[in-house]
Design a protein around this ligand. Sequence first.
Ligand SMILES: [Fe+2]
Ligand SMILES: [Fe+2]
Length: 266
Amino acid sequence: MISVDSMVDCVKSHRLYAHPMYDHWAETTPPVETTAALFHQVQKFCASTRPGLAFPPALREMGWNQQADLIQEIVESESGHGAELATMAGHIVNRIAGEPYFSDVFDRNTVEPGLKEHSDRILGALPGYDPVKGLTAQAAAAISVFERRTESERTTTIRNLGTSLALEIISNQSIIPGEKRALVDSGHYGVTMEEPEMHYLAEHWGECGAEQLHERNVIEAVGSVIDRQTAPELEKGMTDFLESLSALWDVIDAALLKSGVDRVHG
Ligand SMILES: [Fe+2]
Ligand SMILES: [Fe+2]
């Protein structure tokens, strides 16, 4: 039976949904360098998911105006989030350093290059690492799924809708709660959701959070167009996202959190 509910179930049963990366992060307090590298990879990926590019106009061209509006609303609600994520990353790094490692965490132009520097140093030797963009091969692959939004061909547009569905469910139910567990609930950094530096999490988390709206919108959009013809492309877009982000979480988990090593040697 083809339905949006079955697609949602697919996302929730994928290994990405319950990926251990965030719990491993919550179990330890990685040093400044590792945390900076980790935030760099996450932040580069997140940045690629925000712009709508040709995607909303392509939906309109297909006559899917209501779906375009729902996606456009998500795109607009993302404005300012890149800067806020950089602030949160800089703030956490400062808390680990115990001194102002980044003198102004509200200035993304100093925080982001600082994060990249550590990523280049720690992850730069991984096969396929792009030193110019500072991307692991896995981050580049996950980002390339969102670069399809530059195309407006029908098949790609339907795939992009499937990708959005999976992205918003994972963001709302896995990534944001995972970040909250690792950064706030762990107590490792002495930070609260109320601090202005942690506004990124406060904005995204919970019943009134941005991700809740995104998830509702995209479920409505997919639910209104899913049928025997669109389902295969919707599912392809969903799977491409789930698989590529799982691979990025795997490399972060293995290279930065080293949970596997700790577990084997107790
Ligand atoms: Fe956001
Ligand atoms: Fe979102």
